[in-house]
Design a protein around this ligand. Structure first.
Ligand code: ATP
Ligand code: MG
Length: 157
């Protein structure tokens, strides 16, 4: 099965009308959307999602930020998608993120950094399970798959 990652278009991006432009970046890259949900993430879910950051000074404000307005939660699929998406997203702080990345192009804030992407296969698996049942994740082929990606090419080579 191809690799999958959990992407969250965060509340600031939804409020700033950036959903379409963010989705376009992943579509244009040739990655495959296999599940999506617009929802308001609960405080408990955010606490679980960011459990590794418990106790850090930004933890409580981040919980509030992520749970006070709707987010778009998605699964994107493709060989190497986890690292690819993190590169497309850019580094954490908007004012430092490189131009050409989503955070670098659309944001300048620390907390309000528009988008989340899983940072490892283990995190992706856990995060996907938290938001989606297995029957909500679709399996389908792109008709142009052979023009997007040469089977056997590995992003690790
Ligand atoms: P994410 O996990 O949301 O994809 P990330 O992996 O780039 O982001 P983390 O270190 O996991 O960054 O931080 C989780 C979230 O906490 C950040 O996305 C941001 O909203 C918030 N955050 C992180 N560092 C800071 C900071 N120095 N000041 C304010 N908020 C921060
Ligand atoms: Mg993180």
């Amino acid at each position: 099965m191809a690799e999958r990652t959990l992407i969250i278009v965060k509340p600031d991006a939804v409020q700033r009308h950036l959903i379409g432009r963010i989705i376009a970046r992943f579509e244009e890259k040739g990655l495959q959307l296999v599940a999506a949900k617009l929802l308001q993430i609960s405080e408990d879910e955010v606490r679980q999602h960011y459990a590794a950051h418990k106790g850090k000074p930004f933890f409580e404000p981040a919980v509030k930020f992520m749970s006070t307005a709707p987010s778009l939660v998605m699964i994107w699929q493709g060989e190497g998608v986890i690292n690819m998406a993190r590169k497309m997203i850019g580094t954490t702080l908007g004012f430092e993120a490189a131009a050409g990345t989503i955070r670098g192009d659309f944001g300048r804030s620390e907390r309000y950094n528009l988008i989340h992407g899983s940072d490892s296969p283990e995190a992706a698996e856990k995060e996907i399970e938290m938001f989606f049942a297995s029957d909500e994740i679709l399996d389908y082929e792109f008709s142009d798959a052979n023009w997007l990606y040469v089977q056997g090419d590995s992003p690790k080579k």
